[in-house]
Ligand binder design. Structure first.
Ligand code: SAM
Ligand code: SF4
Length: 326
């Protein structure tokens, strides 16, 4: 088992397949001087499989593929098929632009649930947020995935003054559509222009929903990061991921592997442990995994323990979100 000094058992691995993406969300990809990793720097399909097997041998039971955009990788289908052979629940987080080409392989691979990111229901705002004109295809693919029987969660990063006015439009969407909206508090990463006044908190979100709807809390499952709710009679549900205002680190079971093969024991850890180079050199990797987890901080990478409103984003030492894998 992969256990840290705070007795947390880590059975959930998030693997970033690439730091490349076909969208340019400003809160994720830094605008200045962003260079994608070279193909040689990225884990190759067989290396991903070898590392995933090691984690599974240590008790990992769930793997999420992420990025960058995991589905822009040319060998994404082969990787999905390989990982589907492991005794894990396999899932992915995607911007949804390429899903129409992946329905069959996801079905074959027993993927039942997908997280699709969509921060606005307005085409012109989508263009402003992502700098790409792909709103129509994302909407279409969300519909397609629901029609094909997948459990679809929609990730919406809420930013004050940007899209908070759309919260109840997303709730309205859950009325007749079995879509599970997850409102995510805006988090600081390198180069993403985060300021505390842009955070729209759990409390703000629930206050906004209650202006228009009555809702009830849903039972939390073990290791849930999201606080879940539903409006009675609605086919879908909603949830809030309140990393900034009410973190859930005490129950954390997650480990991250970046596309260049570095293990991060927390989304906000400044330290990383290179697993890919030792793997390529034929050295032992397992001790490195346990060594990394033994240094995991109690909360938020040990980097911000104070009230988020007092936080100065420029003192946080971390990568940009796109190079971590959200
Ligand atoms: N490209 C895929 C996508 O967009 O879903 C997967 C990678 S993306 C980095 C994973 C998730 O992180 C997305 O839901 C995205 O909205 C979220 N994310 C990115 N930057 C964020 C930030 N600064 N605060 C909160 N969530 C963020
Ligand atoms: Fe790309 Fe996803 Fe980041 Fe947007 S959030 S830039 S889609 S990786």
């Amino acid at each position: 088992m992969i256990v840290d000094t705070h007795h947390r058992v880590h059975n959930y691995l998030r693997i970033s397949l690439t730091d490349n993406c076909n969208l340019r969300c400003f809160y994720c990809m830094p605008e200045d001087d962003y260079d994608f990793a070279s193909a040689q720097q990225l884990m190759q399909a067989d290396e991903i499989e070898a590392l995933a097997k090691l984690f599974v041998s240590q008790g990992v039971t769930k793997i999420r593929l992420t990025g960058g955009e995991p589905l822009v990788r040319k060998d994404a289908k082969a990787i999905i098929r390989q990982l589907a052979q492991l005794p894990v629940t396999l899932t992915l987080t995607t911007n949804g632009t390429r899903l129409h080409d992946f329905v069959d392989v996801l079905k074959e691979s027993n993927v039942r649930s997908v997280n699709i990111s969509l921060d606005t229901l307005q085409a012109d705002k989508f263009q402003l947020l992502t700098k790409r004109d792909q709103f129509g295809i994302v909407q279409q693919n969300i519909g397609l995935m629901i029609e094909k029987g997948f459990h679809v969660k929609v990730n919406m990063v809420v930013m004050r003054g940007v899209n908070d006015s759309e919260i109840n439009d997303f709730i309205a969407w859950t009325k007749d559509t079995p879509v599970h909206v997850r409102f995510i508090e805006f988090m600081p990463f390198s180069g993403n222009r985060w300021t505390s006044n842009k955070v729209f908190t759990l409390e703000d979100i629930l206050a906004t929903v209650s202006e228009k709807y009555e809702f009830i809390p849903l039972q939390a499952e073990k290791n849930d990061t999201a606080k879940k709710f539903m409006v009675p009679e609605h086919k879908g549900t909603f949830a809030v991921i309140s990393t900034m205002s009410a973190h859930f680190c005490g129950d954390c079971n997650r480990i991250r592997l970046t596309a260049d093969g570095k293990m991060k024991n927390c989304l906000f850890s400044k330290d990383e442990v290179d697993l890919l180079t030792p793997l390529r050199n034929g050295e032992e990797v397992l001790p490195l995994i346990h060594q990394s987890i033994s240094t995991k901080a109690a909360q938020l990478g040990g980097q911000f323990t104070q009230d988020y409103e007092l936080l100065q984003a420029d003192i946080i030492q971390n990568r940009s979100m796109i190079t971590i894998g959200g």
